[in-house]
Design a protein around this ligand. Structure first.
Ligand code: HEC
Ligand code: HEC
Length: 422
């Protein structure tokens, strides 16, 4: 966009018109003043005009201070118009624009706050969600950019989804939430689904069938008829089992969560007229760091789904007296495998009920050191939590400071936590 173009007019005529008007009035003022200056005046005498019987007018020259102030005003106006925009679409000598000034101020603010925001960008969403400073920042962003639609408590409203429950139209893992905020989503339900020739009775039938799926009051004869219509009219989007499809934002119709309400008339209206809904894209506007904080904030509201544990979960091995747990980049969760290894370690420890455990985290040398240490600590604490859950008291657990290591040169080796029976 050309921020230097101060004019919103489509045709140049208006630019010229405004320019001429401005210049003619200013120059006109100057000329008028000059003419008045030159006009004959007789100090101390009257013009001879009389109003209201006694009111007369002196024919004195203009006072000097007044005249010069007027000249200065005219000159100031002309100089101003040379330097700043004002005549048509001439941008002025300085090229100043309101928009440009705003952009500059925003840029300065961004530079100022960048380190604060970027600190969290290097941590994974679940770690950020656990950080109270990040949550506060996320909440402020939320109130500024999101609350007008989803509500300040994020519980949503009709057509705006509740983000605090575990029901997701587009998926609730950190990656999915981030994609939603960054790229936005369009949801389209076509009127009468994929069977536009349905009449009002058939629409009612299929609605009753859908109601029966989530235990809403329904007419069983209608529901039976609707069941036959469903595959042709609705299954393409909501799925043959009506459980929806979060990859495309098609809602699950078998749960008890309704974006548009669960009364019969409301559902008939939706099916008859269809719906379109839009979550705007915020990626370009907010930038990665703010989107990251908002993702963590939304994820942490209570409904966040963990990143796919089967692929991202850590590997784990029991090596003598030591459980070694290897985490995926950015992850701090113990998967099933790690849990099993920890249980084996606890079995081993049973031989000596007084045995102490040392827990130490390692992190690799890539990325932000402070963030790495924080993550290593979070990982170590999830291991400690397993020990505590098995009844091991604090006095028997020694938490060691995270150490940086390149291990065997393999970064995976470096992203580990060790729990050792001492
Ligand atoms: C102009 C209104 C509007 C604003 C502003 C808005 N949203 Fe949304 N958002 C929506 C709508 C509408 C949907 C539902 C889209 C659909 O029906 O599929 C939605 C969906 C979502 C979803 C997906 C929910 C799910 O169940 O999968 C997330 C996450 C989300 N918004 C987060 C945000 C965040 C974070 C912000 C602030 C940066 C925000 N929204 C600002 C209207 C808005
Ligand atoms: C082209 C895909 C498509 C088809 C076909 C379709 N739907 Fe939908 N439906 C959607 C989408 C998308 C939404 C969510 C709209 C939104 O997010 O605002 C939706 C929403 C709904 C809702 C509201 C859900 C809520 O939470 O309030 C109901 C009820 C519904 N559909 C029923 C049906 C029935 C019954 C049929 C078959 C007659 C059908 N749909 C066919 C895409 C479809």
């Amino acid at each position: 966009m050309d921020f230097n173009n101060t004019s919103d007019f489509v045709s140049n005529f208006w630019n010229i018109y405004v320019a001429v008007l401005a210049l003619v009035s200013i120059v006109g003022c100057g000329v008028f003043l000059w003419i008045q200056d030159k006009a004959k005046s007789n100090a101390g005498q009257t013009t001879g005009h009389v109003w209201d019987e006694t009111l007369q007018e002196y024919s004195n020259p203009l006072p000097n201070w007044w005249r010069w102030m007027f000249y200065i005003t005219v000159i100031f106006a002309l100089v101003y118009l040379v330097l700043y925009p004002g005549i048509g679409n001439y941008p002025g000598f300085f090229g100043w624009t309101m928009r440009g000034q705003y952009e500059n101020e925003m840029k300065k603010a961004d530079q100022h706050f960048a380190p604060v925001f970027n600190k969290f960008l290097s941590q994974d969403v679940m770690t950020v969600a656990a950080n109270s400073e990040a949550r506060e920042m996320g909440q402020r962003l939320w109130l500024t950019y999101c609350a007008q639609c989803h509500g300040s408590d994020a519980k949503g409203a009709k057509s705006f989804p509740n983000l605090t429950d575990s029901d997701w139209l587009w998926g609730g893992t950190p990656d999915k939430i981030k994609a939603t905020i960054k790229e936005g989503h369009d949801a389209v339900m076509t009127p009468k689904g994929t069977k536009p020739d349905m009449d009002a009775e058939q629409v009612k039938d299929v609605v009753h069938y859908v109601r029966s799926l989530s235990g809403l009051p329904n007419d069983s004869i209608r529901a039976q008829r609707g069941k036959d219509l469903y595959p042709q009219a609705c299954a393409a989007c909501h799925g043959p089992d009506a459980k929806g499809n979060p990859d495309a934002g098609y809602p699950n119709l078998t749960d008890k969560v309704w974006l548009y309400g669960s009364r019969e008339e409301e559902m008939i209206d939706i099916v008859t007229n269809g719906r379109t809904n839009r979550m705007p894209a915020f990626g370009d506007f907010l930038g990665d760091a703010k989107v990251h904080l908002l993702t963590a904030y939304v994820w942490g509201l209570g409904g966040g789904v963990k990143a796919d544990a089967s692929s991202a979960g850590p590997m784990a091995v029991l090596d003598g007296n030591t459980a070694k747990i290897y985490f995926a980049t950015g992850q701090a969760d113990l998967g099933a495998e790690a849990q099993a290894v920890m249980q084996s370690l606890l079995e081993l420890a049973k031989a000596n009920p007084a045995a102490k455990f040392a827990v130490s985290g390692f992190h690799d040398a890539t990325g932000d050191k402070a963030a790495n240490e924080e993550l290593a600590k979070t990982r170590a604490l999830s291991v400690v939590a397993v020990l505590k859950a098995a009844g091991i008291g604090d006095e028997r657990i020694e938490l060691r400071k995270p150490a940086e290591t390149t291990g065997t040169g393999d970064n995976k080796e470096a992203r580990r936590v060790e729990a050792t029976i001492l």
